[in-house]
Design a protein around this ligand. Structure first.
Ligand code: NDP
Ligand code: 2IT
Length: 446
């Protein structure tokens, strides 16, 4: 770490005590952006990076709700409105017991640069709650969502802040949240994305993050004249992002051999395809958060408490959660000959793991580039809501594909090193930064 990065990080750490995930996300950006700013002093003079790491607004609120037996519960709700330089705040809501200010600030911060990379006019935000959806009934989920929105509604709007899903928030939760917003405001607007297709949702939004991640990896592989065809792939997670990635990788001729949950991972040597992919949706819908039943259903091996990175694969797509792939995992993957790692989750690889991949010249993409397909199709959902029209699945998929190719090009432009290796972390951060920074400069001291 250079002196300048060190000094900058000391300031960030002192102002955001104990927020380790946020520090991690900022450090990744600072290491790239501080040298870039030295060559472009206009950004340093206006203290753009210092402004960027301070959310425009961070809201926390009480979410009281009642369970089916009449018991009382109090959770904490959050919305971090991080940056609105290039559009309304945009980003998902996460419901998971691990949610805290640090996690949402890391996600909101990454979202600023990710949304900028999509080429669409969206600022950065993130929100959620420490509510645990595990084992809750539909009615409990509904009551929680209604209570959450009863406070959130006053802070959001289709031109102000447009939330969507993330871990623990899918189509069902977006429905309950949208219903309550509509009731409180008496307005049918595009205030949330990830809506059902009958009531303003975009076709392809559920698939978008996973498909986008595979499209991005496809572009990375193409720089080496390679493709998904005939490759063995490890996917982690078994949620929305993992599901989309498994479908698209399989369509492109790869064999996906793993999915994982908090309980461990399953290894399916014949590949997860067709009805097995549909079974992933059933698994999630049970609200039990375990992947083990897949092993019983299809007669394959389950590795309790383990992560899929110990398997020999060509491509790894981490799609579960932050810091789920560490240095040791990365070394194992590299020694097993991995050629490409595409982050589907946000910050799934630790900084040490990324270093291992980059040293070994493995094709490696950070989530803010390769998982941007989800929010990109959210942006397309906003466009469709604004013009009150629905595009076909083919049209949306084609636009998504073009966006992912453009993000790949932008990363290459800013991230290609002297030896020809593309440092996608560098490329994504600079490409995402420039657009937001220029908008901030143009808008004066805000
Ligand atoms: P889902 O809730 O559909 O699935 C999340 C998966 O990760 C589940 O298998 C979940 O299991 C697991 N998981 C979550 N937290 C942990 C944890 N602490 N330890 C182990 N496993 C965990 O969420 P998504 O598929 O939507 O999100 C997955 C990742 O992709 C996240 O990093 C998210 O931020 C990112 N992302 C999502 C986008 C979207 O559009 N949905 C867009 C871009 C990125 P469990 O619930 O049991 O913990
Ligand atoms: O991390 C992400 O990009 C998301 N969870 C999707 C956000 C969105 O607004 O669609």
């Amino acid at each position: 770490m250079t002196d300048k990065v060190n000094k900058f990080m000391e300031g960030v750490i002192a102002r955001n005590v104990g927020e380790k995930e946020f520090h991690q996300a900022v450090l990744e950006v600072a290491e790239v952006i501080i040298p870039f700013i030295e060559e472009n002093p206009v950004y340093a003079d206006a203290k753009i990076l210092e402004r960027l790491v301070e959310p425009e607004r961070a809201i926390t609120f009480r979410v009281p709700w009642q369970d089916d037996k009449g018991g009382y519960h109090i959770n904490r709700g959050y919305r971090i409105e991080f940056n609105s330089a290039i559009g309304p705040y945009k980003g998902g809501l996460r419901f998971h017991p691990s949610v805290n200010l640090s996690i949402l600030k890391f996600l909101g911060f990454e979202q600023i640069l990710k949304n900028s990379l999509t080429t669409l006019p969206m600022g950065g935000g993130k929100g959620g709650s420490d509510f645990n959806p595990k084992g809750k009934s539909d009615n409990e989920i509904m009551r929680f969502c209604q209570s959450f929105m009863s406070e959130l509604f006053r802070h959001i709007g289709p031109n102000t802040d447009v939330p969507a899903g993330d871990i623990g928030v899918g189509g069902r939760e977006i429905g309950f949240l949208f219903g309550q917003y509509k009731r409180l405001r008496n307005e049918f607007t595009g205030v949330l994305t990830g809506k059902g297709r009958e009531w303003g949702g975009s076709l392809m939004r559920p698939e978008a993050t996973g498909f986008g991640n595979v499209y991005f990896s496809q572009e990375m592989l193409a720089t080496k004249g390679d493709s998904f065809k005939g490759k063995t792939v490890a996917v982690s997670g078994f949620g929305n992002v993992a599901w989309g990635a498994v479908i698209k990788a399989t369509q492109l001729g790869a064999k996906v051999v793993t999915i994982s949950g908090p309980d461990g991972y399953i290894f399916d040597p014949n590949g997860i395809s067709e009805d097995k992919i549909d079974y992933m949706l059933e698994l999630r819908a049970t609200n039990n958060d375990i992947v083990q039943p897949y092993a019983k259903e299809f007669g394959v091996e389950f590795f309790a408490g383990k992560r899929p990175w110990e398997q020999k694969v060509d491509i790894a797509l981490p799609c579960a959660t932050q810091n789920e792939l560490n240095e040791e995992d990365a070394k194992k993957l590299v020694s097993n000959g991995v050629i490409c790692v595409g982050e589907g989750a946000n910050m799934p690889c630790t900084p040490e793991a990324i270093e291992v991949f980059q040293k070994a010249k493995v094709l490696f993409s950070p989530g803010k580039a390769s998982n941007a397909g989800g929010v990109a199709v959210s942006g397309l959902e906003m466009s469709q809501n604004s013009i009150r029209y629905n595009w076909s699945a083919e049209e949306v998929d084609q636009k998504l594909h073009v966006i992912m190719k453009d993000i790949h090009e932008a990363c290459k432009k800013y991230g290609t090193e002297k030896d020809g290796y593309v440092n996608y972390v560098k490329g994504a951060n600079i490409a995402g930064f420039v657009k937001v920074a220029d908008a901030m400069l143009a808008q004066g001291l805000v």
